[in-house]
Design a protein around this ligand. Structure first.
Ligand code: ADP
Ligand code: ZN
Length: 295
């Protein structure tokens, strides 16, 4: 069986065809411009490819409530051209196949749970630290949507005692995203993260914020695995700092095997940056099952 997969991002759209084993057989990358210009190109890629269904792992916020009139829409995104864009409706109409839909981070979570380092687990989180910060959550084997979907990038944190940066989240200032995403690093230090690899202070602050967030997620969700992805995590030397600070902040309160073995608990993605697109394949597969049960 062939499945279509779309990883919809703010700068590029990755379109792929994969199979039921998550193998990616073909892919292209299309720049994200406006819906008018970009959507027909996406549909054009998938037409004639004999896909059973399409899965879309999408930047957000998006409407995941199947009972809502705007289900399948990108809703209040800061990428204004895409506000109120019915991406699922458009692809369904053009391709005539079931279309699965979830957040980009839930897509990556699903990819890792299906074919990567979270395989066999039922509760785990995937965090991306890039232009934005988002978390995908799987609890008891299901991706969490709830009222909308988790927005774990915007949790409120304590500032580092030596960090006077005011944060740049327009809604919360010093939330996790406001303090620790790629643009916050660049704004605070006047250089991109990639050029700051040798400045220990940068990564001291960065790991301080990430560790605080992880402790909150651990306390609330009790994940069996935490996966850290996104461009900023290419600074892999930060990982041991994150392990150390997370352990310090937990302060002995939780004593599970996972916390003892931090190196295996808080990890980088395991699918060579294909976790998102592979997750989108799985979203397509799951939508076929959903339609069998519900239509
Ligand atoms: P996006 O979030 O836009 O999908 P990325 O996950 O690649 O894409 O995140 C981009 C952000 O990550 C930018 O702010 C960039 O400066 C930062 N970034 C990318 N690579 C690195 C790196 N090697 N070290 C530190 N920061 C990086
Ligand atoms: Zn915020």
């Amino acid at each position: 069986m062939l499945y279509g997969a779309l990883e919809a991002g703010g700068t590029k759209m990755v379109c792929a065809v994969g199979n039921e084993n998550g193998e990616i057989l073909e892919r292209v990358s299309i720049p994200t411009v406006t819906p008018e210009e970009t959507l027909p190109k996406l549909a054009g890629f998938f037409k004639g490819k004999k896909i059973e269904a399409l899965g879309i792992a999408c930047f957000g916020p998006i409407d995941l409530n199947r009972g809502s009139e705007t289900y399948g829409y990108i809703t209040t995104t800061p990428k204004t051209a895409w506000k109120n864009c019915d991406i699922v409706g458009y692809m369904k109409k053009e391709l005539g196949v079931p279309v699965g839909f979830d957040t980009d981070v839930n897509g990556s979570m699903l990819g890792e749970a299906s074919w990567g380092c979270a395989k066999g687990l039922d509760t785990a989180i995937y965090i991306t630290i890039g232009t934005g910060i988002g978390i995908g959550v799987m609890a008891n084997g299901k991706l969490i949507h709830g009222m909308q979907h988790p927005e774990g990038g915007h949790i409120i944190l304590k500032s580092h005692p030596e960090d006077t940066y005011k944060g740049h989240c327009p809604y919360h200032g010093t939330c996790l995203e406001g303090m620790a995403n790629g643009p916050a690093i660049e704004d605070r230090w006047g250089k991109k993260g990639v050029e700051l690899a040798d400045n220990p202070k940068v990564w001291e602050f960065e790991s301080y914020y990430i560790a605080q967030a992880l402790v909150d997620y651990i306390m609330v969700l009790s994940p069996q695995k935490i996966i850290l992805g996104g461009g900023v995590m290419h600074q892999e030397h930060m990982l041991p700092l994150i392990h150390k600070k997370t352990k310090e902040l937990l302060n002995g309160y939780i004593n599970t095997r996972e916390i003892e073995q931090m190196e295996e608990y808080i990890v980088l993605p395991s699918l060579n940056d294909d976790q998102g697109i592979m997750g989108a394949v799985k979203l397509a597969m799951e939508e076929v099952e959903y339609e069998k049960k519900n239509v």
